[in-house]
Design a protein around this ligand. Structure first.
Ligand code: OOG
Ligand code: MG
Length: 256
C-alpha cells in the first residue's frame, strides 16, 4: 500500500469523524502495520486542527468486548483533549455517528513508561486512578469492522469521561461496577473482566506504545478498556457509572 493510499484513508476516516458521517467498510484488506499508520496520520490531522494528545485507550481487553465485536486481539488508540467530556457534562448526538458507552477505569501517569514493564513498575508510574466512561463511535456503517479496520479508525475513540482521581493504592483487581441509564442498571461487571486486573492493561499499553516508538508521559491518561459490552446511547439519556471504592462519574445526552 502506498503512502498516498494511507494518507487518503486517514483523511477519509478523519473526515467521517469530524463530520459525524458514517463511511463504508474499507474496500481492501490492510495489514495491522498499515492500520496503525492510518490511525497515526488521522490523529495528526486532529492535532493540526489544534487538538492536543492526552493519552491512549486500550481496546478488547475484556472477553465481553471481544465477543460483542467478534474480534480477539488487543488494540489501542490515541486520545486527544477534544474527546474529553467533563464529568457531569453533556454531549450532543449530532456530534457522533452511532455512539455507545462502556464502563472503564482510567490511569493518570506520573513518570515515563514504555516498553516491557512489570506490574509493580507499571503501578509505580501511576499517579492516580479513576472510574471512567468511554464513548466509542465507529465511523464505519452499522458499527461493523475487521480488527485492522477498527485500528485504522483510531479504535473507535470518540469521547470519554473521567471521574474523580483516587489514590493508586486502591487495589483495582476485582471492583464491582454498575453502569446505569436514567438511574436504572444497564450493565453490571467487575474490573476483573479487564485482563483479570486493569493494571495488566497498563503493562500492555507500555508495550504497544513502545512498538510505535512512543512513550506514556507524565500527565497522560490511559483507559484500560471496557469491562462490559458497550450500550447504545440515545437522546435525553443520563448515563452514570459507579465503581466500588473508586466512586462515580456520568454525563447527559442532550435532548434533540
Ligand atoms: C473498538 C474499541 C474497543 C474497548 O474498550 O474494548 C474498546 C469498538 O468496540 O468499537 O474501546
Ligand atoms: Mg473502550
Amino acid at each position: 500500500m502506498s503512502s498516498t493510499t494511507i494518507t487518503a484513508l486517514a483523511e477519509r476516516l478523519d473526515q467521517a469523524a469530524h463530520r459525524a458521517q458514517a463511511t463504508p467498510q474499507l474496500e481492501d484488506p490492510i495489514s495491522l502495520e498499515q492500520a496503525y499508520a492510518i490511525q497515526h496520520e488521522s490523529v495528526q490531522r486532529r492535532l493540526a486542527r489544534g487538538e492536543r494528545r492526552i493519552g491512549i485507550k486500550m481496546g478488547f481487553t475484556s472477553r465481553a468486548k471481544m465477543v460483542q465485536m467478534g474480534v480477539s486481539d488487543l488494540i489501542w488508540g490515541r486520545l486527544t483533549d477534544g474527546m474529553l467530556v467533563e464529568d457531569g457534562g453533556s454531549i450532543r448526538l449530532a456530534d457522533y455517528v452511532h455512539p455507545r458507552v462502556e464502563p472503564e477505569v482510567a490511569f493518570l501517569i506520573s513518570r515515563p513508561l514504555s516498553g516491557r514493564v512489570t506490574l509493580p513498575q507499571a503501578l509505580a508510574a501511576v499517579e492516580a486512578v479513576a472510574p471512567a466512561l468511554e464513548i466509542i463511535d465507529s465511523r464505519y456503517q452499522d458499527f461493523r469492522f475487521s480488527l485492522t479496520d477498527v485500528v485504522a479508525d483510531n479504535s473507535s475513540s470518540s469521547g470519554f469521561v473521567v471521574g474523580p482521581w483516587r489514590s493508586p493504592a486502591i487495589d483495582l483487581e476485582n471492583l464491582g461496577l454498575i453502569l446505569s441509564f436514567d438511574g436504572r442498571p444497564q450493565a453490571f461487571g467487575s474490573t476483573a473482566a479487564i485482563l483479570a486486573h486493569p493494571l495488566r492493561s497498563l503493562v500492555a499499553a507500555a508495550r504497544v506504545v513502545a512498538e510505535a516508538g512512543e512513550t506514556l508521559s507524565p500527565g497522560d491518561i490511559v483507559l484500560a478498556g471496557g469491562a462490559t459490552a458497550a450500550s447504545a446511547l440515545h437522546a435525553g439519556l443520563h448515563v452514570s457509572l459507579e465503581v466500588e471504592a473508586l466512586g462515580r462519574c456520568g454525563f447527559h445526552v442532550e435532548k434533540e
